[in-house]
Design a protein around this ligand. Structure first.
Ligand SMILES: Cc1cc2nc3c(=O)[nH]c(=O)nc-3n(C[C@H](O)[C@H](O)[C@H](O)COP(=O)(O)OP(=O)(O)OC[C@H]3O[C@@H](n4cnc5c(N)ncnc54)[C@H](O)[C@@H]3O)c2cc1C
Length: 298
């Protein structure tokens, strides 16, 4: 990749549409020159380091519904695209029904960054290292997308195509992510391994959510999503299946962690070697499964 770093942001035109229709139309008309933004904590960095050259940045923060943070006990949670991570962390409804979402947000950088950074930005950036994506996936997140053809919904599970690549087309805007009501007895955790405790992307991230599920042989459904160990956020499907089939014991948790390690396909990069990542997937998944299993016993 040709990099042409700037000491400050390069010049661009700031565009603030009044309506979603106007925003989608503008973005579709300028597919190579315009991008939408929310907090700007990913896109500004890429423009400054020269990996992205744009003529227009389209601010979505004032658009219809993008600031909604709503919980309905019959339907679940709606997070508007522009809701920043600190709002998520401070929401009593999130703390009560989706504490894992707040835990994942707290793992992102610093308080200051989280006043700008959004969950939807984290998702749309489509980095395999995105810290909040695993929690959104285990809660069965559904994206609400406005495009030139109107509104549609896309499950998060099939949204990621590769690093920085998603199913979004020019003109598409994610307006919100919604989550169904989780089981009242579920428990989860997010374990993040970084090079330091603050402001670093993950070397490995492990999200686990478990809920009682009487129709499965084990009586429990475990969801496991791994960050930074594959081109997209990775569902450890074999590990999940193993935990559905067998009684939950320290041995079955150990075996599932091993299957998660086998499923990972990490690369060497500035943060870690692939070998270290694979070993850490095993270790962290086993720790995370045991933490969650212990919470389920209470
Ligand atoms: C110092 C620093 C530390 C960081 N630490 C972490 C960390 O610990 N963990 C982590 O996961 N990330 C980290 N990040 C990355 C970043 O903060 C997060 O990915 C954040 O959630 C992005 O949200 P945003 O609202 O700022 O996105 P933006 O930068 O506004 O947008 C991100 C991307 O999504 C697209 N986009 C935005 N909104 C929409 C939309 N509604 N519809 C369609 N496309 C859209 C944009 O065009 C852009 O490509 C860090 C960044 C910095 C600068």
């Amino acid at each position: 990749m040709q990099m042409n770093a700037h000491p400050t942001l390069p010049e661009f035109d700031y565009v603030r549409p009044e309506t979603l229709a106007e925003a989608s139309k503008f973005l579709a008309l300028h597919p190579d020159e315009a991008r939408p933004f929310l907090g700007g904590t990913d896109i500004f960095v890429r423009m400054r380091n020269g990996s992205l050259a744009l003529k227009f940045l389209v601010d979505l923060k004032k658009l219809d519904g993008t600031n909604d943070l709503r919980f309905d006990p019959h339907v679940g949670l709606t997070l508007g695209a522009a809701v920043n991570m600190n709002r998520v962390i401070n929401s009593p409804d999130v703390s009560r029904h989706y504490p894992l979402l707040a835990e994942a947000c707290r793992s992102v950088a610093s308080y200051q960054l989280r006043t700008r950074a959004t969950i939807v930005g984290n998702i749309c950036n489509a980095s395999p290292a995105g810290d909040t994506i695993g929690a959104c996936m285990v809660f069965d997140g559904m994206l609400h997308v406005h495009g030139t053809g109107g509104q549609r919904q896309e499950p998060l599970a099939s949204f990621f195509l590769g690093p920085g690549k998603t199913t979004l087309k020019p003109g598409d805007i994610v307006t919100a992510v919604t989550f169904p009501l989780p089981s009242g007895d579920c428990a989860g955790t997010y374990l993040k391994l970084g090079r330091n405790k603050l402001s670093d992307l993950s070397i490995v991230g492990v999200t686990v959510l478990a809920s009682p599920y009487s129709s499965l042989p084990s009586g429990f459904r475990f969801r496991i999503v791994l960050a930074s160990v594959a081109p997209v956020p990775l569902v450890a499907a074999d590990a999940e299946a193993a935990l559905a089939e067998r009684a939950i014991t320290s041995e079955s948790l150990h075996q599932a962690a091993s299957l998660a390690g086998d499923a990972s396909a990490p690369i060497d990069d500035v943060r870690s070697t692939a070998r270290y990542r694979k070993l850490m997937v095993r270790n962290l998944t086993e720790i995370a499964l045991n933490i969650v299993w212990k919470k389920m016993q209470k």
